[in-house]
Design a protein. Structure first.
Length: 453
């Protein structure tokens, strides 16, 4: 059964012995993050964490909530991610030759998956407390400040087409945030459209709510597919949303905290540095400023956060879940891609190992085209092609196949900041295999050789 708010999710995790409650007083300046980092790397069996007492805040902090694929599956209302992936593959296949993006759009447009608009449960007005009342964390020593990292950032274009994305936000002062969003993001596209009509862009930031929606905010969906509808489809039950007070934007009705504000086009602030998944600090950037107009929260609100840094960290499990759930879409559009693997250390760079149908006549140019058009592989920094009988989860086999590539100049290519390597066996390749007759005889006489023990 899908958990519909953060509290019910925490209860589920506690019942499964996947939550550790920390009652000691902790400092949001580095101390909480240092604990999260150690647990993410294996301490306390990588459990989710709930810090009940955080200095200078009366709001508890929850972290590492999605720190395993099993926990992500529970967030999606399932016991197994493969079950969700199989459902996606089956439903998309039902649309025949239609593209995967269009099939997903059709699925999510069904009325039974559309979100319900209801009354908000974040009834306590905390605007006077300002952003300082929230336990935003400083994660790494040279970070530019405290950051909100697990917020669902809701924006819309002037025509009302909404998007719910996940972007880091640096707290500048009591009433301002610096929103870091890439130029290619939906939030940036919406901001540009508001700029053309000379009006500020409304923004809403939701913390908490259905965990499935928090997870969905971090993945790339087809144009026009809203994250709430996709969450309803994946979990089989619609999401409850409510309208904001300062705009027509909609946020989860069961959110713990909602921040409402606006961005004035062209107004920026210095954001960063920020300790990133690369193992280094992301550079200082000029980012749009969110002017906060209202903060509302539950009376018993819990503040969810996530931390990034050298792997393993929570974000890798969220990305692995996305790969497993969304890879059927890639295989639907390109059936000659039989297998996809992204080692977690490079998953956010989409470092992909592809198992290609050995019977298909697929060239490097075909794969380069897939990188340009596929949502799952777009922007990949490395793609290595293997035959589909290669075990993509075996580092030793991958290395063996790779080092035996013949003709590096023909098989290696760099294009658009991506390294392509064709490690498939050449057409004249003859696999070494034991003689079947002799192998059968040896198996039959194995006990005679005295090699059973």
């Amino acid at each position: 059964m899908r958990p519909d708010d953060l509290n019910s999710y925490l209860i589920l995790l506690e019942q499964a012995d996947q939550l550790r409650v920390i009652k000691a007083l902790v400092d949001r300046h580095l101390e909480v993050a240092t604990i999260i980092d150690r647990v993410s790397k294996g301490a306390c069996q990588n459990r989710a964490l709930l810090f009940e007492q955080v200095k200078n805040s009366n709001i508890p902090v929850a972290a590492n909530l999605f720190g395993s694929c099993q926990r992500v599956a529970w967030a999606l209302g399932s016991i197994d991610l493969q079950e969700v992936a199989d459902k996606v593959a089956r439903d998309v296949r039902g649309f025949g030759q239609m593209s995967a993006d269009q099939a997903v759009a059709n699925l999510c447009s069904q009325s039974r998956f559309q979100p319900h608009v209801t009354v908000s449960e974040t009834s306590l007005d905390a605007t006077k407390e300002g952003l300082g009342g929230l336990p935003a964390l400083k994660f790494w020593p040279d970070d530019g400040g405290c950051y909100i990292t697990l917020g669902q950032v809701v924006t819309a274009d002037p025509q009302g087409q909404e998007n719910c994305g996940m972007y880091r936000m640096q707290v500048l002062d009591q009433q301002r945030l610096a929103l870091h969003c890439r130029p290619t993001s939906d939030a940036a596209a919406h901001l540009n459209r508001w700029g053309r009509i000379g009006k500020p862009m409304p923004v809403a930031i939701a913390l908490g709510g259905p965990p499935v929606l928090t997870w969905a905010a971090g993945i790339s969906l087809p144009l026009g597919v809203e994250e709430a509808a996709f969450s309803g489809y994946l979990s089989g039950r619609p999401i409850s949303l409510c309208r904001c007070q300062q705009s027509d934007l909609k946020v989860p009705a069961t959110a713990e905290i909602v921040i409402e504000g606006e961005i004035r086009v062209g107004e920026t602030a210095i954001e960063g540095p920020f300790g990133n998944h690369t193992g280094s600090y992301a550079d200082i950037t000029k980012s749009p400023i969110v002017h906060v107009r209202r903060i509302a929260r539950r009376t018993d609100a819990i503040y969810p956060t996530t931390m990034v840094g050298p792997p393993p960290m929570e974000d890798l499990h969220m990305a692995e879940a996305a790969l497993q759930v969304l890879s059927p879409l890639l295989k639907h559009d390109y059936p000659w891609i039989r297998k996809v693997s992204m080692p977690r250390e490079g998953i956010y760079h989409r470092g992909a190992m592809l198992g290609i149908d050995r019977g298909a006549n697929i060239s490097m140019a075909d794969v380069i085209q897939v990188r340009q058009s596929s949502r799952l592989l777009r922007g990949a920094r490395m793609m290595i092609l293997y035959d589909d009988d290669t075990e993509l989860n075996s580092p030793s086999e991958l290395y063996w196949r790779l080092i035996n590539v013949s003709g590096w100049q023909r098989m290696v290519r760099v294009e658009s900041d991506c390294l392509f390597i064709d490690a498939r066996r050449s057409r004249g390749w003859r696999d070494l295999k034991a003689d079947r007759t002799c192998l059968s005889r040896v198996r039959g006489r194995w006990h005679e050789y005295g090699l059973d023990v």
